[in-house]
Every structure is written in structure tokens, then in C-alpha cells.
Design a protein around this ligand. Sequence first.
Ligand code: PGA
Length: 255
Amino acid sequence: MMTRVPIIAGNWKMHCTRAEAQALVAALTPSILGAAGREVIVAPPFTALDTVARAIAGTPIQLAAQNLYWEPKGAFTGEVSAAMLRDVGCVAVIVGHSERRQYFGETDETVNRKIRTCIEAELVPIVCVGEILSERDRGETAAVVEKQLRGAWSGLDRDAITKCVVAYEPVWAIGTGRTATPAQAQEVHALIRRLTTTLASADVAGNLRILYGGSVKANNVDGLMAEVDVDGALVGGASLQADEFARIVNFEPLS
Ligand code: PGA
């Protein structure tokens, strides 16, 4: 029997000054301290990482960044390296979020380079995949997710894939209030796990944590977490409200 510790991760996107970040963490911490058997991650913008790192010190909350660049240093204006993220206390990085693919030219190839960089630096890549609405409507969800995952993991061995977390985020569900149903999420999560068996091994697939993202809220998390292949959530909008996020962290899977 595989036991995968669920992960609830908050992607704050381009929100929160340092003062706002500090207030959010302070409001969140008490209700998270009691949540056993789950990992909690927050991903503030770069400018608030240091503030949040200090605020979560001594709590079980872990720190992630929303992006990184693959070069270790140099003339790359505006970019941030893995070593810089390690230095500020990050343990994970969101890689290939659909907003980065859509607005900032992220491709399967750049996602692959960033994942390799994370693994070398011992940062956990939270690798995002997911189809847009027209792809779902055309019945292409499985093909799109497979292409993204194969691209993301291209050239990676089993050992490297073991170090990844995957987030399935149907783009039509992100920020729209239109969540995938638990059954829709489960179908794609099961596909990702099967594909991982092919690309790595049954063992790696059995241990891989696959998060669902896209309008996860306090009122739908319990249904999603009841699905056998849903191992957590990547939460955008609802992670900016302390009470909402705390309830998501304290999910109770429907039986
Ligand atoms: P959302 O965002 O929860 O606001 O839909 C999820 C995400 O983009 O990770």
C-alpha cells in the first residue's frame, strides 16, 4: 500500500506586498499547526520570499517560488537562479504554470530545463500540466497532458522523476470558478500515473504526488481529495484568504 502525504500549496501569483504577505502568514499559521499528515507550501512573489521565510520559521509551512531560471548566474536581467531561491529558504518551485506558458513563452523545452535545474539544486519542481478549453472540447485532453509530461521529463531518469511533484491544472478551471469535477480530475490524474509507470516505473508512479489545481475552494476540496489519485491541491485565488486556505489545508475527504 502506497502512502502519499498530501500537499496543499498556495500559489499567490502577483499578489502581496511584504506587509500583506506577513499578515496573511500570521493569519494562516494557527490553523495550520493542527493539520497533521499533510504538507503545506506557500509560493509568494519573489519580493516577499524573504519576509515569508522569516514568518514561517519554526512552523511546518514550507516555502516555494513561482518560477526560476536555469542559468546559475550571469547577465540575465530580471531572472532569479536556483541558488538564490535556496538562499532565501525555498524548498520547491512551481514550474510551467499555464500563465507562464500563456503569457511568458514557457514551452515544454524551457519547462524541462527548469526541472533539471531544480533537481540539481535539490528544489522540488511542482510541474504544471493541463489543457485549454478548446482542447478538452475536442477530446484532446489526454494527448495534451501526455505531450506536456513527456516534454517536461524528457531525458530525466527514474531517480529524477521521483523528485518531482505534478500539478494537473485544466486551464479552463484556473481563476474561473469552474472547477473540474472530482471524476474529471481523477480521470486525468490516473492517466498521469499510468504514464509515469511507462516513463519511469510502477514504483515511481505509485509514490508520485499529483495535485489538482483550478478553482479549488473550501467547498470543493473534500470531494476532490476523496479521489484515489488526487494527492493534494495547488490553490490560487483561495490561498490569498487565510480562512479559506486554512479550511482547504484541513480538508476531510468525502467518504
Ligand atoms: P485558482 O488558480 O485556484 O485561482 O484557479 C490555481 C492556479 O493557477 O494554480
